[in-house]
Design a protein around this ligand. Structure first.
Ligand code: HEC
Ligand code: HEC
Length: 372
């Protein structure tokens, strides 16, 4: 091949690859999925690293953060980030001496600190920013704008006396604030976990992967599977997941999809007395009614705070149903409470008012009292 043709060919291949339709079947692993589109990668690629790589441009002041906090965070974490009903407190246990030294004294053995707060433990500001950005508020993750994340992070830092009340946090000054984080020197890398020698750490990481696989088997043998009797053991998974991302949890009330054929040899793993055919699939009373109201529960993020049978932020729907079943005015009472929210019936954590129609709240109240 002549020497000028070679680069031209390489270029042609590069151009072709770059413009190849992303939605086609995967070339590298035929039959397995498809290549991700650039928009899909963009939506996933939101991590902010300790060196602040990935941090979007933006800014937010302590004052603006207070507004976000009061409206969207305080109900679960307390007005001053001090509440421990739902999770360990976010603020508390740090001092100006810690800000100077970069080590939090109240983490030391013997310190009289009832609980470890977020500000006591976190050693990279990027982690706090990233966590809020991807996971909070609990009932509506990924709903905050970048500026709101800066603002509410600034507010939390101000509650911990790390930045003053007139401070504005931005991508430009995150590094400076990192240098004031109380536990910035509290992270130990003197063990093999991370970072390994490759990243300037002390040792090779504990776990090492190899991207090179030899002598692969031609077929796929499923070596473990979830037996039927265990599939729904923890309730309907798809109802317990938050409505974020592509994976919403399997519908465990149905049999698994036919594509995941269990290895018959593994059927032996089922204890004889619990053989699958003897275990009637438990369809609880009211299952159809629950399935019918599920879209309303999901649309309003009720299930981010209420499990069917387990307490999350609020009581379980089962507890609520049991408490009010005998009451004559139960449907009316609950229908009103669902719309306006409230506090003190089940504990200190308030339920925020819900923006749903009268008809929907009446329907949910009826379901709770009559069908559930
Ligand atoms: C509906 C309740 C709820 C609301 C509202 C809420 N959170 Fe949370 N938050 C939680 C729960 C539950 C966890 C623990 C989550 C977990 O462990 O997976 C948590 C964890 C956190 C953490 C991590 C603490 C740690 O040390 O790991 C931070 C920071 C945080 N929330 C900030 C916020 C901010 C900022 C807002 C408002 C924008 C907010 N939260 C709104 C329930 C809530
Ligand atoms: C941010 C979390 C959160 C969300 C979202 C939420 N709830 Fe609640 N809910 C709570 C908390 C906390 C309580 C307990 C309040 C109390 O102690 O008075 C509660 C209480 C209730 C009660 C019992 C009221 C009483 O007076 O006993 C019902 C019914 C209820 N919620 C239904 C719903 C429905 C339906 C939705 C969706 C439209 C919903 N909740 C959304 C947190 C939430």
């Amino acid at each position: 091949m002549s020497s000028w043709l070679k680069p031209a060919l390489v270029l042609a291949v590069v151009l072709w690859t770059a413009s190849a339709p992303a939605a086609g079947p995967s070339e590298k692993f035929p039959g397995i999925g498809r290549a991700a589109t650039s928009n899909e990668i963009k939506a996933w690629d939101i991590d902010v690293r300790p060196d602040f790589k990935g941090l979007p441009k933006g800014q937010g002041s302590v004052r603006q953060g207070e507004v976000v906090w009061e409206a969207q965070c305080a109900s679960c974490h307390g007005t001053f980030g001090e509440l421990s009903d739902i999770f360990t407190p976010i603020v508390g246990g740090t001092s100006t001496a810690d800000i100077r030294t970069g080590r939090v004294d109240s983490l030391l053995p013997g310190a009289n600190q009832p609980q470890r707060s977020t500000l006591m433990k976190v050693s990279t500001l990027s982690t706090l920013w990233d966590y809020i950005n991807r996971a909070m508020p609990w009932n509506a993750p990924k709903s905050l704008s970048a500026n709101e994340v800066y603002a509410v992070t600034a507010y939390i830092l101000n509650l911990g006396n790390i930045v003053p009340a007139d401070f504005t946090l931005s991508d430009a000054n995150m590094r400076e604030v990192q240098e004031r984080l109380p536990n910035r020197k509290g992270m130990s890398t003197a063990h093999a976990m991370w970072p390994g020698r490759e990243l300037g750490g002390h040792a090779r990481p504990d776990v090492q992967g190899s991207s090179c696989v030899h002598d692969c088997k031609a077929g796929v043998a499923v070596r473990s599977f979830l037996p039927d009797y265990a599939r729904n053991a923890h309730g309907q998974l798809s109802e317990q997941s938050r409505l974020v991302g592509a994976s919403r949890g399997a519908d465990t009330s149905r049999p698994p999809p036919a594509t995941s054929v269990p290895n018959p040899a593994l059927a032996l793993a089922v204890p004889a007395k619990d053989a699958p055919e003897k275990i009637a699939t438990k369809v609880p009373a009211g299952a159809a009614e629950t399935a019918a109201v599920m879209p309303v529960l999901q649309k309003n993020a009720c299930i981010a705070c209420h499990g069917m049978d387990n307490k999350i932020v609020g009581p379980s729907f089962r507890e609520i149903a049991n408490k009010y079943k005998g009451r004559a005015d139960a449907v009316n009472y609950l229908s009103g409470k669902i719309k306006v929210g409230g506090q003190g019936v089940w504990g200190n954590v308030p339920m925020p008012p819900q923006a749903l129609s009268e008809a929907d709240s009446a329907r949910l109240a009826h379901w709770l009292v009559k069908d559930f």
